[in-house]
Design a protein. Sequence first.
Length: 99
Amino acid sequence: MTSSNVSAESPILVDLWTVDDSRQDELIRGISSRVQSIVAGHPGFVSAQIYRSVDGGTVLLTVSMRTVKERQHLTDSPEAHRALASFERSPTATPACSS
């Protein structure tokens, strides 16, 4: 995964995964579950959107927090690290970038 300097100035977290099209739905279910159980309860959570590509090979997650500090708190949390690590080790998807 790569991060951009812009992310340090934005309250929005963006994660992009490449995935085998036959497993896109599985990845989306996993992301949705983790957003509901981990991310939505964090202070400053505003919304999350999951986007799927038409060809089935890409999934994009955006998480909007109220402030940059609250986004940083989320991305620094052990729970978020474990959730992201579970996708990184998964044969389902490969992280393309994160910011």
